[in-house]
Design a binder for this molecule. Structure first.
Ligand code: TNX
Length: 529
């Protein structure tokens, strides 16, 4: 990297990875480097004609201004010395774009508004990372589009909650890595984190727990600190809009029938025994779940969903479905009566009944459900998408049944696992998941599926569960740089993936993370270099 000062102007060159290659993460489909560069100065103009492109242009300025001290004017026309955004002119692939940088201008042609946005993300990654008044952008042509239509990251705010500003930063980083889905895990045994006006006790009771569990769940130690909070509907709307501007869809998760103890604490009639229940203060799989025999459970959930849906325009709503022990249902006369009345085989079929009933409701509102892979047990709901987390088997089974699948196997994409094997690594769950293993993941199990079944694999997602992640710094530490690797899993074609090459680009890329003040796990990079 070079910084030259001539008079009052300072010139900076884009950082390059080894062998002078342009260091973009995720690696684009095709990068052709040319000679020369475009010199971006305060006289450069951005040309954008539609609202989405103007928003994208403003976001480009938001990146540029701290480095250059100026924002570029956004105009509706202009020829030379301009960055031209065009949408709808590259018809090859959804979310795809072509980026051409030459001496006189930069052109980003998106297939759609997301494509233009991603072209600008690549352009940002071609800029220098230090302050300067003039910036050299290397001449190149990039042709790019995603391998998968679903590229996500999940954040669990049930176990620990994070401020709205942090949620926005998390979304910023997703978008920077060309991920298009933020899965917001909003409810769990240890806390209900979304305001539902019809049920005030969700705010008063379900969002608060008496003690914060510290140490490993096997120790069941508590530090005695009350813990709680929730997002108001206004905050949720603000986050959803913020995400939409960055071409990120927010999918809410309202967990059922398991992981529901916080809701039961607020409204004990929702459980089989009638309670009393407490918002959970320790981690794990808990036995008290929504009663499947009681119609008022479904009324409650439908009323909750009626408030959730207007906040989230997403096609999908995640209904959980994981880790629902069946012992309360076995002992519950109403659940047993339901099994009999519906002619169900057992409690697994009762869970399937539960999920299908909710699916029907959501389908009637024009939405589709996603559930964790346990929703396969007892029979898959007709239109459900399966998130395969306990491995890839659930995903394989669902694809064979011609259901859509999102791959999130723990072994590769659970970024709540330890960042390294170092003995000083902070407390975490699930073992050790190195960046290289995240990177190595291929979501399409070609040896298990037939070629005509591959299309059901819609993409991949990294999950950040937060039992042991109590601070924003630690959340970022767990997410980065593993999310950079996950981004490449979702975007980059297999024949463009190369771990050593990724590491070279990552060395440059972390300087961008530094600019965004991301507390990534630095030592992971030291040990991989
Ligand atoms: C399993 S993954 C869970 C979560 C935990 C996680 C810890 C899934 C669908 N359920 O409730 O937080 O393990 O890794």
């Amino acid at each position: 990297m070079l910084l030259l000062c001539v008079g009052t102007a300072s010139f900076a060159q884009a950082p390059k990875a080894a062998k002078g290659q342009i260091a973009i993460i995720p690696q684009p489909v095709q990068v052709t480097a040319k000679t020369g560069f475009f010199l971006l100065t305060k006289h450069t103009v951005i040309v954008a004609t539609n609202e989405a492109d103007k928003t994208t242009a403003a976001l480009f300025n938001a990146w540029l201004e701290p480095l250059t001290g100026y924002a570029l004017p956004i105009r509706e026309s202009g020829a030379s010395n301009s960055i031209i955004l065009e949408t709808g002119h590259d018809t090859t692939h959804p979310e795809g774009y072509t980026l051409t940088v030459d001496r006189t201008r930069i052109k980003v042609r998106g297939n759609d508004a997301s494509g233009t946005f991603y072209g600008i993300q690549s352009l940002i990654q071609m800029l220098p990372v230090e302050k300067a008044t003039a910036m050299e952008v290397p001449a190149a042509t990039i042709v790019d589009y995603p391998r998968f239509s679903y590229r996500g990251m999940m954040l669990d705010v049930g176990r620990h909650m994070f401020p709205v500003d942090f949620i926005k930063k998390y979304i910023d980083l997703l978008a920077m890595h060309k991920m298009n889905t933020f899965h917001w895990h909003l409810t769990d045994d240890q806390g209900w984190r979304i305001e539902i006006k019809r049920y005030p006790r969700l705010q008063e009771v379900a969002s608060q727990r008496k003690e914060t569990s510290v140490g490993h769940y096997r120790d069941n130690k508590y530090d005695g600190t009350p813990y709680g909070g929730y997002y108001t509907q206004e905050q949720v709307k603000d986050v959803v809009k913020y995400a939409a501007d960055r071409h990120v869809t927010v999918i809410p998760e309202i967990e059922m029938p398991g992981h529901a103890q916080a809701a039961l604490a607020a409204y004990p009639y929702l459980g089989c025994t009638g309670g009393p229940y407490e918002v959970a203060t320790h981690w794990g799989v808990l036995h008290d779940v929504y009663c499947a025999g009681n119609d008022s459970t479904f009324t409650f959930l439908e009323n909750v969903l009626d408030e959730v849906l207007p906040l989230f325009p997403s096609k999908y709503v995640h209904i959980g479905g994981d880790e629902c022990p069946k012992d309360r249902w076995q002992a519950c006369p109403k659940c047993q009566a339901r099994i009999k009345a519906e002619g169900l085989k057992d409690e697994h079929a009762l869970q399937s009944y539960f999920v299908q009933r909710i699916e029907k409701y959501l389908n009637s509102k024009g939405r589709q459900i996603i559930g964790w892979d346990e929703i396969l047990e007892g029979g898959l709901a007709p239109n459900a998408t399966v998130m395969s987390w306990r491995g890839i088997e659930g995903g394989i089974a669902a694809a064979r049944q011609h259901h859509d699948v999102i791959m999130t196997p723990g072994k590769y994409l659970y970024i709540d696992h330890a960042q390294s094997n170092d003995k000083n690594e902070p407390l975490s769950i699930g073992g050790y998941l190195p960046v290289s293993q995240v990177y190595s993941y291929d979501p399409v199990p070609t040896d298990s599926l037939k070629p005509d079944e591959y299309k059901y694999i819609k993409g991949a997602q990294a999950n950040l569960w937060t039992e042991y992640v109590a601070s924003t710094d630690y959340a970022e530490y767990m997410a980065y740089p593993r999310a950079c690797a996950a981004a490449e899993v979702g975007w980059t074609p297999m024949n463009r993936k190369d771990y050593n090459n990724f590491l070279e680009r990552l060395k440059v890329h972390v300087k961008r993370l530094d600019l965004k003040d991301v507390h990534y796990a630095r030592h992971v990079l030291d040990s991989t270099s």
